[in-house]
Design a binder for this molecule. Structure first.
Ligand code: ATP
Length: 245
């Protein structure tokens, strides 16, 4: 099921060393079903807190989160999946075993089939038997991505999934991700510091500032997109201007 999300009036504060930090202050945002929303903002503005609140890893202090399907009907408990900056694979398990954990409710044959499909999708065939220590950084991150999507979540939350990679590996993975987005057909939130990545991948990019969405930009370009495409430039310029002001 493709699930949209409405966030309304979300507040979240932390007590830290005698002072109160409030990364989300009356925060509202609509995540449309099947679309990728990129979230940009200065370091410490509350991007990761937002993902944690959506996923329930952090409890919100106030506000409402509701999920709905493509017809606008309420969805009670959507399947969520998180992908982090580092792939967080279990080092004592093979790639196949790491992926298997996310779909352990499925029968063995179906599990194997799904693992093959998802590794094909992230362009990493024939690595099932390898341990994480035998993978390059880019390969490990692809496996992390595969683990995020293998259970076919309704909502995929991506916290800077490409940022720890070197420029070449990151660009290749971003381009590959752009190509598989349609096949995934999920609602996604992508936290990033990278304006070019936001323009390449998102349907909408939002800027977080002072606990709220300060700007929303619809990236109205067909997908998949390619780095170097001239049509990306005006959007990149707009986003850079927000960053610099
Ligand atoms: N568990 C916590 N306890 C206390 N303060 C916290 C906690 N989690 C986050 N914060 C504070 O909340 C603010 C927002 O943090 P958050 O990690 O959401 O920012 P971010 O925008 O994701 O930052 P970055 O871009 O650097 O990753 C920061 O000031 C941070 O110190």
């Amino acid at each position: 099921m493709v699930t949209g999300v409405t966030l309304k009036g979300i507040c979240k504060s932390f007590q830290s060393r005698g002072r109160v930090v409030s990364p989300l202050k009356d925060f509202s945002l609509n995540l449309e079903p099947g679309k990728l929303t990129a979230v940009l903002g200065k370091s410490g503005c509350g991007k990761t807190t937002l993902l944690k609140v959506i996923s329930g890893l952090e409890e919100r202090d106030a506000g409402e989160i509701s999920f709905f399907d493509e017809a606008g009907r309420p969805v009670s408990s959507p399947k969520l999946s998180l992908v982090f900056q580092d792939p967080r694979l279990l080092p004592w398990k093979t790639v196949e075993e790491n992926l298997s954990l996310a779909i352990r409710h499925l029968p063995e044959e179906e599990r194997k089939q799904r693992i093959r499909e998802v590794l094909e999708l992230v362009r990493l065939p024939e690595v099932e038997a390898l341990y994480p220590s035998e993978l390059s950084g880019g390969m490990a991150q692809r496996v992390g991505l595969a683990r995020g999507i293998i259970a076919k979540p309704d909502l995929l939350l991506l916290d800077e999934p490409f940022s720890a990679l070197d420029f070449m590996t990151r660009s290749r993975l971003q381009m590959d991700f752009s190509k598989i987005q349609d096949e995934l057909g999920m609602t996604m939130v992508l936290i990033t510091h990278d304006v070019n990545e936001a323009v390449l991948l998102s349907d909408k990019t939002v800027f977080l500032e002072e606990g709220k969405v300060k700007q929303e930009v619809n990236i109205a370009l067909p997908k998949p997109r390619r780095f170097g495409d001239q049509n990306l430039l005006p959007f990149q310029q707009t986003l850079f201007n927000f960053f610099l002001t």
